[in-house]
Design a binder for this molecule. Structure first.
Ligand code: ADP
Ligand code: MG
Length: 246
């Protein structure tokens, strides 16, 4: 079935940041596969490499070594232009801090990725409006971020991530800046999008959030220390651990 198609394959991926004489090993040989239609949560302590992994998967950053294949094609050696095209086509990003531009209407924020993809004019407006409707903001097209709540701003960011119809949504702590009720609404929206076929990879600090996913990957010090379908066992373990600390 198409939903079982192998989308992403990382093999022994490392990422070393060089800062003067100091080397930071952000990823130390990460191997993992993502199939189409999966919903994966990534957890791990601060500094364990979660964002680096998301950036590598989403082609915002390159591995220092190792292999990365998307739909079977090795991408670690592609040119910048080819990477940008592939990134636009395959990935939508959502971050903790929304990353919206100030004083720009929701519709224009969502039209930006279309501009990079060469879509303009009426078609661009219509696609942006459709994306905003998908996230429940059909009545906020002309509002700027200053005129919207945090939850609405994150919905705009999700619409912007989805407007090019990517295969994968990469969400790096998407509820980290939201109160728990608004956070739940955003997670409900992501659940709906997943149910309609979107592949989701989400970084979270919250084991309860991770429990919504079908698979949980735990990173520690740049390595995968646990990767299981139905990560409830790992979540229980993490929750149990957290309770013992108090
Ligand atoms: P997480 O998202 O799990 O908190 P990160 O992937 O952001 O972790 O960071 C992993 C490690 O890499 C950390 O030690 C961090 O300080 C380092 N790091 C991340 N980005 C950079 C960068 N641009 N330059 C140098 N070091 C970085
Ligand atoms: Mg991070």
């Amino acid at each position: 079935m198409a939903s079982d198609a192998l989308l992403i394959e990382l093999e022994k991926v490392t990422r070393v940041y060089r800062m003067g004489d100091v080397q930071v090993h952000a990823l130390r040989g990460v191997s993992l596969m993502v199939r189409q239609g999966e919903y994966i949560a990534i957890m791990g302590a601060s500094g364990s490499g979660k964002s680096t992994l998301m950036n590598v998967i989403g082609l915002l950053d390159r591995p220092t070594s190792g292999s990365y294949r998307i739909r079977g094609t090795e991408v670690s050696q592609l040119s910048r232009g080819k990477l940008a095209d592939l990134r636009n086509r395959e990935f939508g990003f959502v971050f903790q801090q929304f990353n919206l531009l100030p004083r720009i209407s929701a519709r224009r924020q969502v039209e930006l990725p279309l501009l990079y993809a060469g879509v303009t004019g009426r078609r661009s407006r219509e696609m942006a409006e459709a994306a905003l409707a998908r996230v429940g903001l059909a009545d906020r097209l002309h509002h700027s971020p200053e005129e919207m709540s945090g939850g609405e701003q994150q919905r705009v960011a999700i619409a912007r991530a989805l407007v090019n119809h990517p295969s994968v949504l990469l969400a790096d702590e998407p509820t980290g800046a939201l109160d728990s009720k608004t956070g739940s609404e955003i997670l409900g929206l992501i659940d709906d999008l997943h149910a309609k076929g979107l592949t989701v990879v989400m970084v979270t600090h919250d084991p309860r959030v991770a429990q919504r996913a079908q698979r949980l990957i735990v990173l520690s010090d740049g390595q995968v220390i646990s990767d299981e379908e139905n990560g409830r066992k790992a979540v229980k373990w993490i929750l149990g651990d957290a309770h013992e600390d108090r």
